[in-house]
Design a protein around this ligand. Structure first.
Ligand code: ZN
Length: 309
């Protein structure tokens, strides 16, 4: 059979793994929803069992390698997660070496948004280009930058933290220690918070705030204002990215895409206002929705060992 790789996507609350062949065909998948009640040991046991199960099923002989996508700031060379808000028990622990030891197989660790960007480049919306930026708009905002077909990692592995680009200098405080980071002004969490402050409801999802925006009354007007503000914040980041990179493709992914029709007009308008580079290259600079949804990280993680052979 053809060569395949195993991609693992460790989210804040669940673990997914899949075997994908070198042509990008998903052969097998494993999904475990879990709150990781077993802490670090429970998580490691579960992850190693998932990988070993796929390897056994498809054969160790044609396994190209294993890539693991994790949330948080990572030290690439050391294979360590320095900071992870959702999974504090795996911080500052040699997670890559421990998985390698248990499996007897080499493992490549990568940040989740970086892996998602690589996945979109390999099998998603970025197949035709060598350079792209992906912004994932979920509970937070993640970012990944691909140049010449490879992830820009920085010297430690922490590059692409686009969720912490400042869009409001004295804006909302962020867990990173700064203020006004885009993830505090344009994420699912930010939309939920704005809806609560405007007394539209408690704990509304992006889709629910989107639906409210369709109403022809005062509530609808307030909900539309939330999406306009969201679009303006994302647009400010995109303008900075267009000015910085002059890439031809910028992708947006994540749950907030459910409200695309409501925030995209303000987003594009803001990019036009704030980036001369964009105005001069509008015909060929694309700002589009990512294609792989929640599977982007799995594809990217599996592609890592194929790319780095
Ligand atoms: Zn921040």
């Amino acid at each position: 059979m053809s060569e395949y790789a195993i991609g693992v996507d460790l989210g804040g609350t669940n673990l997914r793994a899949s075997a994908i062949d070198s042509s990008g065909k998903m052969l097998e998948r494993f999904a475990e929803s879990s709150r990781f009640a077993g802490g670090r040991e429970g998580l490691l046991t579960e992850m190693v069992a998932a990988i070993a199960g796929l390897r056994e099923k498809l054969g160790a002989g044609s396994l190209a390698g294993i890539g693991v996508s994790v949330p948080g700031f990572i030290l690439l060379k050391e294979g360590v997660i320095r900071n992870s808000n959702n999974l504090p028990f795996i911080e500052n622990f040699p997670i890559r070496d421990e998985i390698e030891r248990r499996l007897g197989s080499r493992v490549i660790l990568e940040n989740d948004a970086n892996a998602a960007a690589l996945g979109e480049k390999w099998m998603g919306a970025g197949q035709e280009v060598d350079d792209l930026v992906l912004l994932t708009l979920g509970t937070g905002v993640g970012g990944g930058i691909i140049a010449n077909g490879r992830i820009i990692r920085g010297y430690l592995g922490m590059a692409g933290e686009l969720g912490h680009v400042v869009v409001v200098p004295k804006g909302n405080p962020c867990g990173c220690g700064s203020q006004g980071c885009v993830e505090k002004h344009a994420s699912a969490t930010a939309a939920t918070a704005m809806a609560r402050l405007m007394q539209l409801g408690e704990n509304l999802s992006s889709k629910e705030v989107f639906d409210l925006a369709n109403r022809d009354d005062d509530v609808g007007m307030k909900a539309r204002a939330i999406w306009t503000a969201t679009g303006e914040s994302i647009g400010a980041v995109l303008a900075t990215l267009v000015n910085t990179f002059n890439f031809s493709l910028y992708l947006l992914g994540g749950g907030v895409l459910a409200a695309w029709d409501r925030f995209a007009p303000a987003m594009i308008r803001t990019v036009e206002e704030r980036s001369a580079t964009y105005r001069l290259s509008k015909e060929t600079t694309r700002i589009e929705q990512a294609k792989l949804g929640g599977d982007a990280g799995l594809y990217g993680a599996a592609y890592l060992p194929m790319l780095e052979k």
